[in-house]
Design a binder for this molecule. Structure first.
Ligand code: PLP
Length: 273
């Protein structure tokens, strides 16, 4: 396994970042997860756009996207795999303890991991903790994921694979690592980005390709939605068969199954000409 660390490829055992990297000490960093198939990254341009938006939102210098592309290509070439997940991490860089920001320029790490096959349907839970729709970090894909780790652990304790959050005003928001869609009266809806959710790339493609409505929804819509599904880079579209104690009928319902079909057909298109 070869990993790109600050300018070059290293064997995984020699890949090091400083213990004083601001990303480690205070979580001052951002990331992207990009899936790859047969050496091609999926929707890389959209991911790099979001990486830049997250960097600027956090006050980090805009990443050099030519360098990030070069790093991704080098890592993919050095670690051939039919399916993979690229992890691009960009941090505040090394900084003396107590300083506001890295002083030696930002850090860039690109690694490739394995992709586990996900089942078509999954169970989810709701959690009592909220997403802040008006925070300084809202909508940025930062490495500060500890809250998601806690919520996901709660989901696993309940035999579920994802935990769903409301925002601070009780509206449906997102999962720890996914966006959420619901079917109401046969119509597909997903919360707007103003709910505080991440502007997921799979979410955007699903909205584009299915015509789903972006709708401000109460959290308890989960108690009555006819169908629910999740979207994310590593799930694509995954149907929900149980939310808390409530079983949803069958496998993927008709609207979800159609969205999955459309996604499978269109996701083969070259999104990065
Ligand atoms: N919401 C959160 C909090 C996420 O971490 C992710 C992905 O990691 C998503 C939504 C889904 O985004 P994408 O479809 O770009 O993977």
């Amino acid at each position: 396994m070869k990993i790109w660390v600050n300018g070059g490829l290293r064997a995984a055992d020699d890949a090091r970042v400083s213990v004083l990297d601001h990303g480690l000490t205070v979580g001052d960093g951002i990331f992207e997860t990009v899936r790859t198939a047969d050496g091609s990254p999926f929707a890389l341009t959209r991911h790099l756009d979001r990486l830049t938006r997250s960097a600027l939102g956090l006050g980090l210098p805009a990443p050099d996207l030519d360098e990030v592309r070069r790093a991704c290509a080098a890592v993919i070439e050095a670690n051939p795999a039919p399916l993979g997940r690229l992890r691009i991490t960009y941090t505040g860089g090394i900084s003396p303890l107590g300083s506001d920001r890295g002083t030696a320029g930002p850090g860039l790490v690109v690694a490739l991991g394995e992709v586990k096959r996900r089942p078509d349907t999954t169970a989810v839970i709701t959690v009592p903790w909220t997403r802040n729709e008006r925070g300084a970090l809202t909508g940025l894909k930062t490495t500060s994921y500890a809250e998601n780790v806690v919520a996901l652990a709660r989901a696993h304790e309940h035999g579920a694979s994802e935990a769903l959050f409301a925002n601070t005003v009780g509206r449906l928001c997102e999962g720890t690592g996914s966006n959420v869609f619901v079917v109401l009266d046969g119509q597909l809806h997903t919360p707007p980005v103003a709910s505080g959710c991440l502007a997921g790339i799979t979410r955007a493609l699903a909205v584009e390709w299915t015509g789903a409505h972006e709708t401000d929804l109460p959290f308890d819509v989960l108690d009555r939605a006819e169908e629910i599904f999740l979207t994310s880079t590593l799930r694509d579209i995954q149907a929900v068969h149980r939310v808390d104690g409530r079983e949803l009928p069958g496998g993927p319902g008709p609207v979800t199954a159609k969205a999955m079909r459309v996604f499978d057909e269109r996701a083969g298109d070259d999104l990065d000409p």
